[in-house]
Ligand binder design. Structure first.
Ligand code: SER
Length: 318
């Protein structure tokens, strides 16, 4: 990776991955792309930033050409809950954005990183120890775009030798940008509520278990996969990766170890509950461990401690 373009740079993963890539590969060598003006100046201050819509193939093509990019991290997408509200728009952004990136990568010989998700599995897949290779019949529109994306990336690798690689991320917990429109967002929102009001009203059931990961591990996983020895990769696209698995009740109990007066209540959102119920509770990530030495650093206790410190500092507490 010498010259990198990253789409979705203002999003939950993008805002942190851009900074990590700039630290590793030099600020001038990482072109950040977002569909809006970044809220913080961090993205524009230290390296190139370009505002464009990933559906605009011509503009994207020009940017890759002008900057002589050899790698694209394609993160721009609508998340699961918002995709249920706007299914046509989600299909348009998630699929047409991806095919634009793949076509440009075919023409310019770029490597491509594509984030898939636990959402690529549906109710027919085993919810516990979900295998790397199993039935994938997702019921959410977001999940349908993710499994389609996995297949399209496989196709561009086999048919055109584009070096496509991808991960099936679990829910991601992060302290910088808010996720926005996802089913696993409760696991981020809860920290702001704990710091600000000592109470959180959760939109998922107390016992809804889902796979999760702390953002530093998610960033490391993306960079590690993209720099892995290609010869060792059997599952190029969509490696299961996980770090921890918990329910809202268990997360609340972990927060209570630090903030004893914290309480949680439940007002279920039927749309997001149905999505969560169709997703794996815990994926098997042995293929990622075997093929590119994947290993997470943060477990639930370490993640909660770090999140509380970071969100408290962000909100001006303590
Ligand atoms: N975190 C995402 C969501 O909830 C799943 O990939 O939509």
């Amino acid at each position: 990776m010498k010259k990198i373009l990253i789409t979705g740079a203002t999003g939950q993963i993008g805002s942190e991955l851009t900074i990590a890539l700039r630290e590793n590969y030099g600020s001038a060598n990482v072109v950040a792309v977002g569909h809006k003006k970044p809220a913080s100046s961090e993205l524009t201050q230290f390296g190139p930033y370009c505002q464009l819509d990933v559906r605009d193939a011509i503009a994207l093509h020009q940017l890759v050409e002008e900057n002589n990019c050899d790698t694209i991290f394609h993160l721009a997408a609508l998340l699961s809950a918002v995709a249920e509200e706007k299914p046509q728009q989600a299909w348009d952004i998630n699929m047409n954005g991806l095919i634009n990136v793949l076509e440009i990568s075919r023409l310019h010989h770029c490597a491509v990183f594509f984030p898939s998700s636990i959402a690529a599995f549906g109710p027919g897949a085993p919810a516990m120890d979900t295998p790397q290779d199993t039935v994938q019949r997702p019921t959410s529109l977001y999940g349908i775009t993710k499994v389609s994306g996995e297949l399209l990336c496989d196709y561009y690798y086999h048919r055109f030798a584009v070096d496509t690689r991808g991960l099936r991320y679990p829910g991601l917990v992060s302290s910088k940008a808010l996720p926005g429109g996802g089913t696993t967002d409760y696991a981020v929102d809860i920290f702001y509520a704990a710091i600000k009001t000592r109470h959180y009203d959760c939109f998922l059931h107390a016992d809804t278990q889902l796979d999760m990961m702390y953002m530093p591990d998610a960033i490391n996983a993306a960079i590690k996969l993209m720099t892995a020895d290609s010869q060792r990769l059997r599952h190029r696209n969509a490696f299961n990766v996980t770090a921890m698995s918990f329910t809202p009740q268990q997360l609340a109990a972990e927060i209570q170890k630090h903030i004893s007066e914290f309480t949680i209540s439940y007002s279920i959102d039927p749309v997001r509950q149905a999505i969560a119920d169709s997703w794996p509770k815990h994926m098997n990530d042995s293929a990622a461990r075997a093929e590119w030495d994947w290993q997470a650093e943060y477990n639930l206790a370490a993640m909660v401690e770090d999140m509380l410190a970071k969100i408290a500092a962000k909100c001006g507490n303590k």
